[in-house]
Design a protein around this ligand. Structure first.
Ligand code: ADP
Length: 486
């Protein structure tokens, strides 16, 4: 195993339950591999339903004293966790590049982005207010208080192995909830390292638990069927999200769902084309195109189509593909074989349908899981690539004539997570912003995620918002108190 950490104790391979590091009762393990070369990094305890039950019980037990702490006490512990995460950012980034594949500078960016949610919610913990409601009668006083929902579960994906955990765990803990986290089986090492740092930060046993295992159905089944777990927060694909919503219906659990996207990126004829190219590069190719807010369909107005394509091609052509640990690499490997196959299939069927590869258009010679950064021109809305989330470094360029047509094309999808557009005219900017059926809109901007703003989607992209002043509400119940006889 080629893994040099400044603090080797951050490499954890067991589940973290009730403040203890534990093996699977079955003694089973699963291999975590490096997508850049297919080599095993290390074996991790393959826990399942049994350990998940134990984690839920630990979270239930810990809830009593955790929710009784003052907001300031919880805030301080979260602050410690934030400080430790920042202090160990280089190790966390290294672990991430190793198990996930993204370039090291992007991994470092994600560690800091992930940490920012811990900092933010350490602060928000202290700002959970109730209301005094003007009463309907003089003998009454009406109030609301906010209380933690209780034990919560988080199921998280591999594309942001740290940030997708902190975005859920930090507001949950800040609100006074306890949590059981099931990270992706592709990237358990980052999750376990975060748990180790939470442990060192003094977050009490049982408040945060991590169960990593291959059998997502068994772990998910336990989390969703438990009557102790009051809420599930999930980030992942829309099909799995739908299944989990159905499972949660049995116990009428609250859910927050951050699901798939099919982001349009619209370039109007009055846009600053150079800025639009920068925006497209940032929004499309980060994490090799494996983010749910990645530009999926680039819609370009007829009169600037060729100029935009040429400018974008010049930049994408210069991208360096390779292992994320090599300095200067822009595009790392995709996460696994099926990811590469999906991208390959979408591109080849577009090419068969008459699209042209202006850049790339094929797998990369760098290795099995690498795909060449690609730009396709002449792509049309009847092709599969218009409807499906690509999750790879491929930019299909669609042509449109009018603003109405662009908005209609952008909205012609069941998804509604992020949308982007570049334009100059202020009236157009308002019209398009209001016309797009999306939870988030980047206007003359390709990177929109930040802990201070609400992240989330509409339609089949999900429910709920993460980050910002709204993010903590996902973990709070409003209780109405009616005081009579006054
Ligand atoms: P992605 O395409 O990002 O891998 P998935 O929705 O497949 O998206 O996975 C996101 C998370 O959901 C991962 O932690 C995965 O293990 C988990 N997962 C996948 N299928 C199920 C399931 N049926 N029940 C519970 N969790 C699941």
């Amino acid at each position: 195993m080629l893994l040099k950490l400044n603090d080797p104790l951050l490499l954890k391979t067991q589940a973290y339950i009730d403040g203890q590091w534990v093996n699977a009762a079955s003694a089973k393990v699963f291999a975590v591999t490096n997508p850049a070369n297919g080599l095993k990094i290390i074996d991790v305890a393959d826990v399942g339903a049994r350990e998940t039950k134990q984690a839920i019980a630990a979270a239930e037990k810990a809830l009593v004293s955790w929710r009784a702490k003052t907001a300031k006490e919880r805030s301080q512990l979260l602050r410690n966790w934030f400080d430790l995460t920042v202090q160990h950012k280089d190790d966390l980034a290294r672990l991430m590049t190793l198990e996930q594949g993204k370039p090291l500078n992007e991994a470092l960016g994600e560690v800091m982005y992930g940490a920012s949610f811990i900092e933010w919610f350490a602060e928000e913990a202290k700002r959970v207010y109730g209301d005094v409601i003007p009463a309907t009668g003089g003998d009454k006083r009406l109030l609301t208080i906010k209380q933690p929902v209780g034990v919560v579960a988080a199921i998280t994906p591999w594309n942001f192995p740290i940030a997708m955990i902190t975005r859920k765990a930090a507001p949950a803990l800040a609100a006074g909830c306890t949590i059981v986290i099931k990270p992706s089986e592709e990237t358990p090492l980052c999750a376990l390292a975060l748990a180790e740092l939470a442990h060192r930060a003094g977050i009490p046993a049982g408040v945060l638990n991590v169960v990593a295992g291959k059998d997502a159905v068994a772990i998910g089944g336990e989390l969703t069927s438990s009557t102790v777990v009051r809420k599930l927060s999930f980030t992942g694909s829309t099909p799995v999200g739908k299944k989990l919503i159905a499972q949660c219906a049995q116990t009428v659990k609250r859910t927050s769902m951050e699901l798939g996207g099919n982001a349009p990126f619209i370039v109007f004829d009055d846009a600053d084309l150079d800025a639009a190219v920068e925006g497209a590069l940032a929004s499309k190719y980060r994490n090799a195109g494996q983010t749910c807010v990645c530009a999926n369909r680039i819609l370009v107005q007829d009169s600037v189509y060729d100029a935009f394509a040429a400018k974008l091609a010049a930049r994408v052509d210069a991208f360096k593909v390779g292992e994320g640990t090599i300095p200067g690499v822009h595009i790392g490997p995709l996460i696994n074989k099926s990811a590469v196959e999906k991208v390959d299939h979408l591109v080849s069927s577009a090419l068969k349908g008459g699209a042209k590869a202006l850049v790339g258009g094929k797998r990369s010679a760098q290795g099995e899981l690498f795909y060449s950064p690609t730009i396709l021109t002449g792509v049309t809305a009847d092709m599969a690539i218009f409807n499906e989330e690509i999750f790879g470094p491929v930019a299909p360029l669609f042509r449109f004539k009018t603003e109405e047509e662009a908005i209609a094309m952008a909205n012609a999808t069941p998804y509604g997570l992020a949308a982007y557009f570049f334009a100059g005219d202020l009236a157009r900017i308002w019209r398009v912003s209001e016309g797009l059926e999306y939870g988030m809109v980047g206007i003359n901007e390709g990177l929109i995620s930040t802990e201070v703003a609400p992240f989330g989607g509409v339609k089949e992209s999900g429910t709920g918002r993460e980050g910002s002043k709204y993010g903590i509400d996902e973990y709070l119940e409003i209780k109405y108190l009616c005081m009579g006889g006054i």
